[in-house]
Design a protein around this ligand. Structure first.
Ligand SMILES: Nc1ncnc2c1ncn2[C@@H]1O[C@H](COP(=O)(O)OP(=O)(O)OP(=O)(O)O)[C@@H](O)[C@H]1O
Ligand SMILES: [Mg+2]
Length: 255
């Protein structure tokens, strides 16, 4: 498998009231092209800190991250900004759309700001919004859209530069169950041919994690276990058995 993201002995230490607090402790992981990996752990276990280091949003105290062959620790601020805009798409729990802009404008804005005003960008924005089921809603503002529609706008925005890696932090945390499942299905589809994006998703919910190919369990800043849908000997189009396996492993690891 073609590895697009590689982390070695990744560590984050915060100074809190004069004392060192180790939020992430020596994490190793690899993400393959087209792979959907969920990082699952309780609140405060270090998931978001880990994701921020993987994407270069936050500097690691120690260790190394390599994305598409580029060592993040050796990048200056400009190089990091470019890497984040070209190689990584972000989807967050709060959709972080700009309220005065339409769905279409929200999707194209980051690329316009990067100086891309060509018809390829406009066509791709229209295509992605249509694929996200928003063909009819492109010219609405966020407040005229439902939560699930807003999150799909955010996904279209993340996908516009065609980044090899998508990172999502609790992307369904603000959605009802059914809408959340639809959004997860859309995210999962982007990992398939022909796009084959890689997806790293943070969650504390086994039902969400069950959409992934592989689940890494985090506790107190460390990866303490892993379960893959392929371990079950059935394909991950059937998330029910995988969710049960995740739940079982989670209870074992967290007890
Ligand atoms: N800037 C900071 N300074 C000090 N401590 C921090 C900082 N950011 C995070 N922490 C601590 O690091 C630990 C991990 O935080 P993190 O946000 O990564 O957890 P999380 O697993 O994403 O939790 P949640 O599920 O609640 O989002 C927590 O104990 C948190 O208080
Ligand atoms: Mg978090």
């Amino acid at each position: 498998m073609n590895i697009v993201l590689h982390a070695d002995r990744l560590t984050k230490t915060f100074q809190v009231g004069g004392e060192a607090f180790h939020a992430v402790k020596g994490v190793d992981l690899q993400i393959g092209q087209g792979e959907f990996v969920a990082i699952m752990g309780p609140s405060g276990s270090g998931k978001s800190t880990l994701l921020h280091m993987l994407s270069g949003l936050e500097k690691a105290t120690n260790g190394r991250v390599t994305i598409c062959g580029l060592n993040l620790m050796k990048c200056n601020d400009n190089e990091l900004t470019r890497l984040r805009s070209e190689k990584i798409g972000f989807v967050f729990q709060f959709f972080s759309l700009i309220p005065v802009l339409t769905a279409y404008e929200n999707v194209t804005l980051p690329m316009l700001m990067a100086g891309r005003k060509d018809s390829a960008v406009r066509n791709r924005a229209t295509l992605l919004l249509t694929q996200m089921g928003l063909g009819e809603h492109m010219h609405k503002r966020p407040k005229e859209l439902s939560g699930g529609q807003q999150q799909r706008v955010a996904i279209a925005r993340a996908l516009l530069p065609n980044p090899p890696i998508l990172m999502a932090d609790e992307p369904t945390g603000n959605l009802d169950t059914k809408t959340g499942m639809d959004v997860l299905q859309l995210l999962r589809n982007t990992c398939k041919e022909p796009q084959r994006h890689s997806l790293v998703l943070v969650t504390h919910d086994p039902w969400v994690a069950a959409f992934a190919n592989r689940v890494l369990f985090v506790r107190d800043g460390e990866i303490v276990g892993e379960v893959a849908s392929s371990d079950l000997g059935q394909d991950h189009e059937r998330p029910l058995a995988f969710a049960a396996a995740i739940q079982k492993k989670w209870e074992m690891l967290m007890s």
